[in-house]
Design a protein around this ligand. Sequence first.
Ligand SMILES: Cc1ncc(C[n+]2csc(CCOP(=O)(O)OP(=O)(O)O)c2C)c(N)n1
Ligand code: SF4
Ligand SMILES: [Mg+2]
Length: 310
Amino acid sequence: MIAESPVRVDVPAMAPVPGSERKGLTKKELAADHPTWCPGCGDFSVLALYFKLIEKRKLTHEQFVSIAGIGCSSRFPYFVQAHGVHFIHGRALPFASGISLSRPDLHVFAFGGDGDAYSIGGNHFSHTARKNVKLTYVVMDNWVYGLTKKQTSPTSPLGFKSKTDPWGAVDYPINPMKQAIAAGATFVARTTSTNPNHVLAMMEAAMDHDGFSFIECLSECVEFYEGAFDAANPRKGGMFKEIPKDHDATDETAAYQLAGTDFPGYFGIFYNINKPTKNAKEAEINRGMMEKVKGLKDWQILQKTFDRLK
Ligand SMILES: Cc1ncc(C[n+]2csc(CCOP(=O)(O)OP(=O)(O)O)c2C)c(N)n1
Ligand code: SF4
Ligand SMILES: [Mg+2]
């Protein structure tokens, strides 16, 4: 998929060869194998909306990539008939970062679950956020480890009975929104798979953001945590509350305060600021370096490096 020199600088958006303009992919073309998720799993909705997003934005195969770690939610790339990688548990973000930095022309989307993102991949989450790598990370949070059949996750609420906490969870859950804001994410949004229009709107805004965009998406595991998000679903007697219209998304303190609201909390874009990305900074460094070795062949550049090390 990515076979380019690691010293590449800036990749301009690919201009189509005249006469070869291609149509964007359709939902039908994108739908791969029948997803193996349990009937009723919230992840179906996120997948369908991702297809809708790609179709709406008229993307072609060579313009985007879907990366995931391990978990039910992380099976995502299997079900997308396009370039993608089902990688190692918790390691979707470093892989996605590598792609984003070497191919800044691509829309890079990473998907995963609460265990993948906040537990085993917790460090990567913080560091990718602080580095402001340009990519979109959608975490399908079901408050449980689904694939491995019901262990406590970092977002499982106190008292949640699971195979690892048969007497009920005793550890305080993390607040993903607060973590993302505190870590330095430049776009932080929250949505729920039961509100399709909202999921699509958040994904669209996230992919247009120049930086690390994070979406916490509640996505029910009907097998191991049924009803977890009923309180956020008007069809189940709950309440879907969008963030107040007067919320200033550039105000970090206000975003943090909103994130502290008790469940079901608010939905929408909590935080959205512009800050130079790692992509832009590295491209600048590379540009300078390329200037220095202008006209030289790869082996000559290598020779120069060896000579310097002598
Ligand atoms: C290094 C490593 N440790 C543990 C596992 C086992 N494992 C696979 S998925 C998973 C948790 C998945 O939970 P989550 O990320 O919330 O995804 P979900 O299945 O709920 O969508 C674990 C512990 C693994 N595959 N690799
Ligand atoms: S176990 Fe849960 S998260 Fe996994 S596919 Fe089934 S419903 Fe979805
Ligand atoms: Mg999970």
